[in-house]
Every structure is written in structure tokens, then in C-alpha cells.
Design a protein around this ligand. Structure first.
Ligand code: SAH
Length: 352
């Protein structure tokens, strides 16, 4: 078969792979072996599948291709953070970040090339959404970072956050399939408790996800609990208002019993007033939650400025006073544009 018409083998289910062998007079379990090579060992070449005969590997090669990502460029920050520009099989580029701390290594992975949402403060929003990533392209980012973690920090990857480029819930089926392969026993076997899906808040899909009773964590990029303010900084909020988000989060908690984390940046003159704090406290009553106050990473144009220390402290005091767990998170990898909201393929050019 000419290369271009070959089938992407990682788009095949286990059942399809088993059927492929049966149709050729072979044992079905050969399909399981191939599936293991693809999703447990992360093989990128049929030659690696050494428990299959050469003849069988050639049969696979004739029919299928293993598309995979390649690290195009790697940058290391003074604080140890590593940013990878990874090239997809069709030449598009996304970014994935390795964030080391004393005790853990977190992979921050992308779910889309670009993003279709329009958060005013986010660099990725300025890129056009080109396409969704496939499950294998998400899985491969995890494998790349696991390898780097072992190489540079002498330990395996411990956590995964879907906080790279894109809106994971706008690529729902592929993100769920990737998480399935990352957590499955016949996949990477990672605990779902160590995975966090971060969404800007798509109520319908939060509900859909809750219905699956997932065991991973959910983070919601809230940034304001006042309808008009949120619509100003995250215009899609007009179509998916806070009132619906609030109900969807209550539904999520009801189904999963898992506390949601709100990500929240406090900006000067945007959401740093007492009314903003009161609205957040009220929003926090929707369901048990935590609040992560994240540092703003400026993205060039100076439209937004992080609020002063005292306003951030006012948030912390009010939240703690109301019994809500709050953490203030410092940015990592800022010097290489690897921090939240800074992923924009700067070094390689958009989608190149
Ligand atoms: N689309 C998803 C995941 C990607 S963004 C989401 O919105 O959650 C990951 C986090 O970075 C989000 O909480 C987002 O609001 C935040 N973020 C975006 N731009 C930022 C910036 N310039 N500074 C700090 N955080 C930012």
C-alpha cells in the first residue's frame, strides 16, 4: 500500500486489531500483543515488536502506519521547567511542558492545535484552532515527558495536567480515550487521581463527563464569578453563562464526590474589588471546592496587569475565613514562555 493510504494503527480498537489477525488465519491474541506495544510500551516502529515474527510485522507494515510526534525543540528554564515544541505527523506544532518540584514531575499537555475559545488574557487564544489532537498525540506527549523526567530528574512522571494548548472538553472523545490509555492496566497504568483536566467551563460537557463517573480531577478556569466581568475577559461566557456552569459543577460533585479546583487570576481593576471577592465566595457554595490563585503571566500587550499583593491577600483572607482551601501558585518556566497562558508556538511560529 502506498504510504499515504495506510491506516493509522492507533486509531484501531483492540477488537479491530484482533480481527485483523484472525482474518489472516492468525491467532487473535496477536492483536493484544500489538495493542500492548502501542499503548503500554509506546512503540513507534513495527520492528520493535519483537514477540511477533518478521512475517507478521511485515503484514502490519503493509497495512498500517504508526504516526507519532517528535520533539522539534526543547528549552530549559532556570527553574528546571522544560518546554517542548512537538511536531505532529502533519507538520503542525504544539507545546508540552515538564514542571519539576521537589517531590513530583508534572506534565502539562496540549489537547488541541490552537484553541477555539477567546480568553482575552491567553496567548494560545490568539492562534487559530487548527485541529484536535488524536488520543495517540496526547499519549505521546506524556511518554516524551516521562522519558525526560527519568533522564533529567531520575524519576518517572508523577502527574498530568491538561493545561497546555487547547480546551480539552472541546476535544472530549479524544481526551477521554487518551486518559483511558494512560490509566488502563494494559496501558501506562497511571492513577487517574494524578490527572487533572482543566476546562474554561463548558457546562454541557462537564455534565456529560460527570455521568461517566471519572476518577480524575477537574479544574475550572473561573477568573470571575460575576457574569458581566467574566463575559468581558472570556467572551464565550455569553454562550455558556456562569449560572449554567455553577449547576454543572454541583452536578459534577454530586456524581463524583470530587472537589473542583477553581483557577483564578486577580487582575488590577478587573476583578480585584470587594464585590468580586463576595461573588467568588458565593460561587464556592455551589459545591465543595479549592481555589488556586495563579500568577498572571503577561502576554505582551499590557491589557492586563496582576493585582497588587494586598488585593490578593484580601482574596486569601476572605476565602480562608469562609473555610475554602486556597493556594497561591507561583508561575514556573516564565523565562521560556512555558507558563500558563504563554503557549503560543513563539519559537517555531504558529502552527509551523
Ligand atoms: N483551556 C483550558 C486549559 C488551558 S489554560 C482552561 O482554560 O482551563 C490553563 C490555565 O492557564 C487556565 O486556568 C487559564 O485560565 C490560565 N491562563 C491562561 N492565560 C494565562 C495567563 N496569561 N496567565 C496566567 N494564567 C493563564
Amino acid at each position: 500500500m502506498p504510504e499515504a493510504t495506510k491506516i493509522d494503527i492507533r486509531a484501531q480498537s483492540l477488537e479491530e486489531l484482533r480481527a485483523f489477525f484472525v482474518q489472516r488465519g492468525e491467532k487473535a491474541f496477536r492483536g493484544n500483543q500489538v495493542y500492548e506495544w502501542l499503548w503500554q510500551k509506546g512503540a513507534h516502529r513495527f520492528e520493535e515488536m519483537t514477540n511477533l515474527s518478521k512475517a507478521l510485522r511485515e503484514k502490519l507494515e503493509e497495512r498500517f502506519v504508526i504516526n507519532h510526534i517528535a520533539v522539534d525543540q526543547m528549552q530549559r528554564s532556570a527553574d528546571g521547567t522544560i518546554k517542548n515544541a512537538v511536531k505532529l505527523h502533519d507538520g503542525l506544532v504544539v507545546e508540552s511542558v515538564l514542571i519539576p518540584t521537589e517531590t513530583r514531575t508534572t506534565a502539562c499537555v496540549s489537547s488541541q492545535v490552537g484553541c477555539s475559545l477567546d480568553c482575552r488574557f491567553c496567548a494560545t487564544a490568539r492562534l487559530k484552532r487548527m485541529r484536535n489532537l488524536n488520543p495517540d498525540e496526547i499519549y505521546d506527549q506524556v511518554m516524551v515527558i516521562d522519558r525526560q523526567s527519568r533522564l533529567y530528574f531520575g524519576r518517572p512522571l508523577s502527574n498530568i495536567v491538561f493545561m497546555g494548548m487547547g480546551e480539552p472538553l472541546m476535544n472530549y472523545p479524544n481526551v477521554m480515550k487518551a486518559i483511558d490509555r494512560i490509566t488502563a492496566e494494559d496501558g501506562l497504568g497511571m492513577s487517574p487521581r494524578r490527572i487533572t483536566v482543566s476546562t474554561s467551563g463548558v457546562p454541557k460537557l462537564i455534565r456529560k463527563m460527570a455521568d461517566q463517573a471519572p476518577r480524575f480531577n477537574l479544574a475550572v478556569s473561573l477568573h470571575s464569578a460575576i457574569e458581566e466581568t467574566r463575559s468581558r475577559i472570556m467572551p464565550f461566557n455569553e454562550r455558556m453563562p456562569l449560572s449554567e456552569l455553577r449547576e454543572a459543577i454541583a452536578y459534577w460533585y454530586d456524581k463524583t464526590r470530587s472537589r473542583v479546583t477553581y483557577e483564578y487570576v486577580v487582575w488590577d481593576g478587573v476583578n480585584d474589588g470587594d464585590a468580586d471577592i463576595r461573588a467568588l465566595l458565593d460561587f464556592c457554595r455551589a459545591a465543595p471546592c479549592k481555589v488556586n490563585l495563579i500568577e498572571y503571566n503577561p502576554i505582551d500587550d499590557g491589557m492586563f496587569r496582576q493585582a497588587g499583593e494586598s488585593r490578593i491577600q484580601a482574596y486569601v483572607d476572605a476565602l480562608e475565613g469562609a473555610g475554602v482551601t486556597v493556594t497561591v501558585r507561583r508561575s514556573r518556566g516564565k523565562d521560556i514562555d512555558a507558563a500558563c497562558g504563554q503557549l503560543a508556538n513563539k519559537s517555531t511560529g504558529p502552527g509551523e
